[in-house]
Design a binder for this molecule. Sequence first.
Ligand SMILES: [Zn+2]
Length: 278
Amino acid sequence: MLRAKKKLWSPFSKRLLPTRTISSTTCGFLQNQQQHLSNSQRHSSFPFFSYNNNKIQTSSSSGFSSRFLFFSGKSFCSAQSSEKTNLRCWNCNAEPQNAPFLVCESCTTIQPVDHSVDYFQIFGLENKYEMEEDHNLEVKYKNWQKKLHPDLVHSKPEKEREFAAEQSARVIDAYRTLNNALSRAIYILKLEGVNVNEEETVSEPELLAEIMEIREAVEEAPDYQALKEIQSLVQEKLQNWSDYFASALRGHKFEEAKNCIRRMTYYDRVNEEIVKRL
Ligand SMILES: [Zn+2]
């Protein structure tokens, strides 16, 4: 395995990584591997790599589909829906008590989808790429599903059953999108009005060669432990590009941000392959 690892850490990586992360990823990676690993395990925004948590891992494995986002593209900076003065429950006419208004607090009736409420607002989170450690996304997601699940309204009128199906699907989509660093990056750029063409590839021979090497190592990995070691390398790469993306986003350097996303996509896909084999 050590041989495979050394192979992965070819000089390619030096040239491919953003300048500011080179020191932490090329020098002494092997020595600090344990530290890196534990750092990333703590990083709750990276579901793919929280391999101790089967639930999160399962949900993230379908993260790619969640990138096909369903929203109208109209103002995402608008105030939360409940602040709109004319918003009332379609069933009992009560005014919303809380934002966002997905369920009426008075009569528990599920409301129609309001596309001006973005995914961050659904979970009461700040519109920010880097999520706080205590974001409790999974807990909030489950709480919504307890209120919105279509099974809860199977005996209700068709109108509410439709709202339940739509709200529930949107909350699932919101959860999967925000729970994965790559899909969250793509989404937050969309909120900024920047679309990422996911078919657009990187025509950089070094990156492609590196990805091929990683894929080969994955195929040749003799056991679980070997795969985990490769995964931690991929995780490191993803984290570096994710940090670089966050920095580009803060500086409104959207082309740079898109470039980071394209690179993250390669590592994310390789990681999906690893997850399948684990
Ligand atoms: Zn109501």
